[in-house]
Design a protein around this ligand. Sequence first.
Ligand code: GLU
Length: 278
Amino acid sequence: MKLRKASLAAAGAVALALTATACGGGGDDKGSGGDGKITIGIKIDQPGIGLKTPDGKYTGFDVDVATYIAKELGYDAKDIVFKETKSADRESAISRGDVKFIAASYSINDERLKKVDFAGPYLLAHQDVLIRADDNSIKSPADLNNKKLCSVTGSTSAKNAKEKLAPKAQLQNYGGYSECLTGLENKAVDALTTDDSILAGYASQASFQGKFKLAGFKMTNENYGIGLKKGDSDLKKKIDAALTKMVADGSWDKAVKANFGPAGYKNEPAPKIGNVVK
Ligand code: GLU
């Protein structure tokens, strides 16, 4: 991660979260290694979804979903080891057994289903674009052609942008979304594309207030699933049951309000388990 000093201050909690983790080193715990702990893959730089705060706490909708699932699997919150899984590392983290499951803005798609299985979906988001507040030149996805568009390696957003939405955009793929944010702020890029659920969290950060806006394009359907080892039908069944219960007992709604409320993100209703919207 290369953040310049000035940008670091501006990026606030996001950058701090990244720095804290870079210094702390990743855990090398295995998924559930018989030590009473469970290791769960998460994002650490997405406010409202998965964020590691400077004091080492994890917050966000994915964190709440993961914690609920862990409880249903028999693990207290204190027995959870969260491990950062960047967009490009998710399939391999699951295959290697580094994590028991992943809750990290992880869209279900056919390509990924060749390597991993998904429980859920548990949230329906849509690909959108974040631009500078004073930019009036991007009014439709086609306007992204010839613009410098930032996304993240291994994400569906990068793939869609290149293949479908704006094939002539100058796509720049970074390792994480917070690096794109710095680029957007200092005009190294013109736009950042990923899920609206993630972009809303960034736009509402105190340090970014008034600087960025969401274009509101709803370009794709991103069905967030819980990634798990291919063929582990027992775990998939248990996680699906946990997600169903989370919706039924009101915990899903509570988590949505607590995590998306501050960003004003208007989420879709809870998806039905197994119903992946194309
Ligand atoms: N949901 C999209 C994906 O799974 C974009 C967000 C992300 O990179 O985590 O690729």
